[in-house]
Ligand binder design. Structure first.
Ligand SMILES: [Zn+2]
Length: 240
């Protein structure tokens, strides 16, 4: 069984807020949890957050996690021309690669028209995780050109549902199980004027629930893979 824990590292609840409480308080807590559970995860950063919080990018890399791109400042790629989108992807990669290797990408709001695969490939990106099974993508894990699509399995709010409810959802997922969450979900958002599904069980409850999710899969002997590790494994399976 393969599980990937991924985080979209951005300012708080875009496009509704512009604060960065998730960066200041949420991300350090997430990194502590990953260290405690001995799990390596993938962190898709916007370049803007990487510039403002370089010490957190360094921590991600030093602690053995994978750094990926989540565009420059959370731009919706489907609302831009291909040329504008390409510029944003290039600009993001250039900044993030000052910290280390970057070979994976996730588009904001999981909006990723297929013509962007070619742009990723041109920029040396090997893995995309911008499609989602829960948003109607049915292609499974597959190559688009030389870019491997590893779709997300569930929307991020699922992992804040009461445990007895989310357990049923986890049991129905197919391989690979790719979860994602955001740093801002791990600080209390109950008082913010944002959609209810962005608020419920945010804060320490979310940390507790993510810990339960990890323990649940650990008890089943799951392998936790970063996007890069998944790519290496999948490529080898294909060749056999
Ligand atoms: Zn995002």
């Amino acid at each position: 069984m393969i599980v990937s824990i991924t985080f979209d590292v951005e300012h708080d609840c875009p496009p509704y807020l512009t604060t960065t409480r998730g960066m200041e308080e949420g991300l350090p807590k997430l990194l502590d949890l990953m260290a405690e559970k001995r799990i390596r995860a993938t962190f898709f950063f916007t370049a803007e957050m990487a510039k403002r919080f370089p010490e957190l990018v360094k921590r991600v890399i030093d602690e053995g996690h994978e750094l990926g791109s989540h565009t420059y400042n959370h731009e919706r790629l489907d609302k831009l021309t291909k040329e504008e989108g390409a510029k944003i992807i290039e600009k993001s990669l250039k900044i993030l690669r000052e910290f280390g290797d970057v070979v994976s990408f996730r588009a904001p709001n999981l909006q990723f028209p297929d013509y962007y695969y070619e742009i990723l490939e041109k920029n040396g990106v090997l893995i995309d995780s911008s499609k989602a099974n829960y948003k109607g993508y049915r292609g499974g894990v597959k190559f688009f050109g030389n870019v491997l699509e590893v779709p997300a399995s569930t929307t991020s709010s699922v992992i804040r549902l009461p445990w007895r409810l989310q357990r049923i959802i986890h049991s129905r997922l197919k391989e690979p199980r790719v979860y994602f969450a955001h740093p801002w979900e791990f600080v209390p958002m109950q008082r913010e004027k944002i959609r209810w599904d962005c608020r419920f069980n945010t804060g320490d409850k979310a940390i507790e629930l993510l810990g339960m999710l990890i323990d649940h899969y650990k008890s089943q002997g799951a392998m936790f893979l970063t996007m890069r590790e998944y790519y290496d494994l999948y490529g080898n399976l294909k060749r056999e």
